[in-house]
Design a binder for this molecule. Structure first.
Ligand code: ARG
Length: 265
């Protein structure tokens, strides 16, 4: 008899704890908590691509880890590049995660999270090329994704209004144009270019890096100017960099280990 009573007491105690946990959970996620919508342009593997109707990739995992750590509800939508920029500006979107480079020009209109990835522009072209540096592509047909840092790099190289620059709405469209022969080179982010070349061996593409012509870039999560979530997102970003989560995510999508110190400095 005695043990049965004890058992009942213990089970009773547990259900009280369980129930109160459920109630408090409901209070925080149910009523007031809004779902923040983040946009992206999901033809930018390994950072973002579509798997069915889900955005997957390094950015998707990173955003997930950050938002969980920050205790914020969110959804991640393939809005396309320009709609993402417009949406974050007019605050119909809470942010964007799309391998977005932190630039001074963008900082005039937007806020960014702390940097989470190091990148640089590179030149993608057909194997067997004579191109050795960015200077060599002057006079060639250049493909870029419209409004990206690849676009700016091309303009810097051959002039803002050069008719040699063809602009495309998505990253995938630039690589298609290269393979179709519509353009001779594409200027795009190194991580994406490397991933593309490796995963499309039949396209016979090669990359030319040029550290003298292209600048170091850092990706950040794009936020509306004055975003109330910036602080929580930055704190969460720092936590996942310190507790090993960032490194875990990194190793799922890239080889080697990330240089977290370079991001923090
Ligand atoms: N890092 C470059 C930029 O910010 C290119 C980003 C393109 N991202 C994408 N998901 N298509 O301009």
């Amino acid at each position: 008899m005695k043990t049965v009573k004890k058992l009942m007491l213990v089970t009773g105690l547990f259900s009280v704890i369980f129930l109160s946990a459920c109630v408090s959970n409901n209070e925080s996620s149910g009523s007031g908590k809004e779902t923040l919508t983040f946009g992206t342009e999901a033809t930018f593997a390994p950072f973002e691509s579509m798997e069915g109707d889900k955005v997957v990739g390094f950015d998707a995992d990173l955003l997930d880890a950050v938002m969980k750590e920050a205790g914020l509800d969110y959804e991640f939508k393939n809005t396309g590049w320009d709609p993402m920029l417009v949406g974050v500006k007019d605050e119909s979107l809470a942010g964007g995660a799309a391998g977005i480079t932190i630039t001074d020009e963008r900082k005039e209109t937007y806020d960014f999270s702390a940097p989470y990835f190091e990148a640089m522009q590179t030149i993608a072209t057909t194997e067997g090329t004579d191109i050795q540096s960015a200077e060599d592509i002057k006079g060639m047909k250049i493909g870029v994704q419209n409004g990206t840092t690849g676009d700016s790099a091309a303009q810097q190289l051959v002039g803002e209004n050069s008719t040699d620059i063809s602009k495309y709405e998505s990253s995938a469209a630039t690589m298609m144009a290269l393979q179709n022969g519509d353009v001779e080179v594409v200027i795009t982010d190194n991580g994406v270019a490397q991933h593309y070349v490796k995963n499309n061996p039949d396209a016979n593409l090669t990359l030319i890096d040029d550290k003298d012509s292209f600048e170091q870039e850092y990706y950040g999560i794009l936020l509306p100017k004055g975003s109330e979530h910036k602080e929580a997102i930055d704190e969460a970003m720092q936590t996942i960099m310190e507790n090993g989560t960032y490194e875990e995510i990194y190793s799922e999508w890239f080889e080697g280990t990330p240089d977290i110190e370079a991001l923090e400095s």
